[in-house]
Design a binder for this molecule. Sequence first.
Ligand code: SF4
Length: 306
Amino acid sequence: MKIREMQDEIIRLKKEKDFCILAHSYMSPEILEIADICGDSFKLSEEAAKVKNKNLLLCGVRFMAEGAKMLSPDKNVYLSNPEAGCPMAEQIMPEEIISFKKAHPDYTVVAYVNTTAALKAVSDVCVTSSSAEKVVSLIENDNILFIPDKNLGSYIASKLPNKNIKVLDGCCPRHNGVTKSEAVSAKTRHPNALLLAHPECRPEVLELADYIGSTSGIINYVRNSNHNEFIIGTDNSITEYLQLEYPVRKFYQLSEKLACRNMRLTTLVDVYNILRTGEGEKIELDPELSEKAKKPIEKMIELNRR
Ligand code: SF4
């Protein structure tokens, strides 16, 4: 079957079977084209809760499907490829946080949304990379444990010097893998390009960046900029996406390491097969765990609205 024929069939099947397709911005263009909602992990969960469809099909990684299920407990949520996990989301065990809280009852635990439901359930407030600075600044307690990403946590600490922010040793292996010498080399090869970097990159890489922001922040920065050349310091799918969107401007990858294997596991065929057969991994969460994990997300939403 040709790609276009498969996409047409997916569009027909999703209407017939009442599915809404949610695709993370790191997905391939052929998946983004047939998706109903595209965006970062939090946007997907939040928008999914508003749609009327009975079934949600998430193209991304497991913690995103769990997030969608938490915010839409009455919908059937499917993960397009059951192998697609996120190494960072699983780096810290809930038991570690429970013992930290026992030893440090005066700390507020802030969890990046890139965490498992079990880890969210023992945290106090969630953040996304775009909301982290605002949400942490509005937490009344100055003592913060930020998990799991030490780079995002350190970046937020540098922006909020009045807060006492501790981090643990977690990170995104893709973003953290980029070295300062790669950033220097990219800037030397492309002296007219601006370096736009995700805060999951190491501090020494962020120091060289012209702009630091979430995936959607990077995309918006390009949209609003008059500049013509950019080095993209986040997943290379975003470099490709921007190049397609702006064919006459120039986009360079910061590093070949910025290619998340897990984000690339989902294929158009996975989406087609779930819609065709109705068989796929349906996300089931223990209702009690789900309720607990939802609380820090609701707290984030409340603080972010202020
Ligand atoms: S890019 Fe990093 S944080 Fe995102 S899914 Fe891949 S490993 Fe996880």
